[in-house]
Design a protein. Structure first.
Length: 283
């Protein structure tokens, strides 16, 4: 699908936001409100007949509590005007919320069977996502995003998020000193990032890219977990994700605006919350 290549300078102007990091040391754009031209992006992507997948896991109580709100907000704000397939990964046939889907929206339900790994929900999630990318998803979509069901889209999230591999800056840690990032530090863990190294702290709640890039990330995570389990180490999905993006720098980074924690009042840099992470305190 090679069309005229979209140059970064065609749509991205980092100088518009001198108050924040807009370009990484490896020259990847950090997408903040004001830095991108939606017109230029639309002009490019409109011709391409794109389909994007959005995978969301909703098991048990989480499904009852959050799924409807998440899907309603995504239906309204996520890649409006483009074809989107929502992949709902649920543990039982939950009562699916009644949503008036837009004409370019469709959804597919995958039942995730809990197996002997049940103690680690992320492991079940990622193992299931990998299988579905291989069996179904990679043939159906150009881009794929994986999100957690506790998020709510607050305003338009459009083609500015599309890219080969897309990482979400962690809203809380973005404003902190790198030395304090909660990377895995145990040298024997596959997720280890030694002190003094690392770029950013990425959030596991929102990640995307081409289906093959996402598959690659998930498989590296699964390999890392298996490696660690043999050594009786247990590191989180997010720490493995951070190691992955440390070794394979993402092509695009999303600012904290794309996953702001609703419990905190946004600082001046976050002018425009696009996706809010709902409070976990309510459980």
């Amino acid at each position: 699908k090679n069309q005229e290549e979209l140059q970064l300078s065609d749509w991205f102007d980092p100088r518009k936001r001198p108050d924040v990091i807009t370009t990484t040391s490896w020259l990847a754009p950090v997408v903040w409100e004001g830095t991108f031209s939606r017109e230029a992006l639309e002009k490019h992507y409109r011709k391409q007949n794109l389909t994007t997948g959005l995978a969301v896991f909703a098991t048990g109580r989480l499904a009852d509590q959050y799924l409807e709100v998440f899907l309603n907000s995504a239906n309204k704000y996520f890649l409006t005007g483009y074809r989107v397939i929502f992949y709902l990964m649920v543990d039982t046939l939950v009562r699916l919320p009644q949503i008036r889907w837009g004409p370019l929206r469709q959804f597919k339900v995958f039942i995730v069977t809990e197996d002997s790994w049940w103690a680690n929900a992320d492991l079940v999630r990622m193992k299931s996502l990998a299988e579905h990318i291989i069996w179904d998803i990679q043939g159906e979509v150009d881009f794929l995003f994986s999100m957690t069901v506790t998020q709510i889209f607050q305003s338009y999230v459009g083609v500015e998020v599309l890219g080969e591999s897309v990482a979400q800056l962690h809203a809380w840690w973005y404003f902190k000193n790198r030395a304090s990032f909660p990377y895995e530090r145990r040298p024997k863990s596959a997720a280890c990032i030694p002190f003094g190294q690392g770029d950013f702290y990425y959030d596991g709640a929102f990640v995307g890219g081409t289906p093959l890039e996402v598959l690659n990330l998930v498989e590296e995570y699964l390999n890392g977990i298996i490696h660690d389990l043999r050594l009786r180490l247990n590191s989180t999905y997010e720490k493995h994700l951070n190691k992955y993006f440390f070794l394979r720098k993402p092509a695009k980074l999303l600012s904290p605006e794309y996953n702001w924690d609703a419990d905190f009042y946004p600082p001046p840099q976050v002018q425009y919350v696009k996706v809010a992470q709902q409070s976990k305190r309510s459980h």
